[in-house]
Design a protein around this ligand. Structure first.
Ligand code: MD6
Ligand code: FE
Length: 216
């Protein structure tokens, strides 16, 4: 029996449509990862990922930081975009060209031309970390899509509907996958299940997610 037939790494996964204007583009980021790592390191040095507190007083299990003109933050007073890092008072690190070209080619591939992100939220997950069901609705207009890049260890992504109670689809996001959604899917609820133990050759026991938005 050829056990290799059952090795999941060898199965070329297909792109997954999640809605009329929502799709997971399998492996689209793979050719970009190596080039963006030094930029990611610089960002983590200037603005280290940190655990923020929600308005409800919960410490997020995900550590986050930002690059770009605007950065998403949360504290006891609410969720918002800010042009400075509340921890340092400095501007967020600039959005590197390596990030921008990846974001734009993913948006193009999903049929959203002329994507001009001004914000990139960077989430760092370790095993056990996750994000509860939410909508992305702090951006000024919802015409632009969201482009979400997964790197490192895998995560189960839950993609629901426009109502919190709508049944969610489950999709595994692996290293290099990019989810893009906009149009009628822009405000759909979504979540990330707590990650299982795993290690990745480039990222160790961590998942890095970049979500690009047009926030301002
Ligand atoms: C994550 N992503 O994949 C969390 N939001 O780590 C999100 O919450 C998200 O992936 C909006 C659009 C795409 C996303
Ligand atoms: Fe989100």
């Amino acid at each position: 029996m050829n056990l290799d037939l059952f090795a999941p790494d060898d199965i070329p996964l297909l792109d997954v449509p999640l809605g009329p204007r929502a799709v997971v583009l399998r492996g689209l980021a793979l050719p970009y990862v190596e080039a963006l790592l030094p930029d990611l390191d610089r960002i983590f040095t200037a603005a280290p990922p940190r655990h923020m507190v929600t308005p409800g007083g919960f410490r997020m299990s995900v550590a986050l930081t930002n690059c770009g003109a605007l950065g998403w933050t949360t504290d006891r007073r609410g969720y918002r975009y800010s042009d400075t890092d509340p921890q340092t008072g400095q501007c967020w690190p600039a959005l590197p060209d390596t990030f921008l070209s990846l974001a734009r080619s993913a948006a193009d591939a999903a049929g959203f031309s002329d994507f001009q992100p001004d914000a990139c939220l960077i989430n760092r997950y370790v095993p056990g970390a996750g994000v509860s069901l939410h909508q992305d609705k702090n951006e000024r207009n919802f015409d632009a899509p969201i482009v979400s890049v997964s790197m490192g260890i895998p995560a189960v992504f839950l993609f629901g509907g426009l109502q919190r109670s709508d049944r969610a689809q489950r999709v595994l996001l692996q290293h290099g996958d990019v989810a893009v959604w906009g149009g009628p899917d822009r405000l759909r609820y979504h979540a990330v299940s707590p990650l299982k133990d795993a290690t990745h050759p480039l990222f160790g026991a961590a998942r890095i997610n970049l979500t690009f938005r047009q926030a301002g």
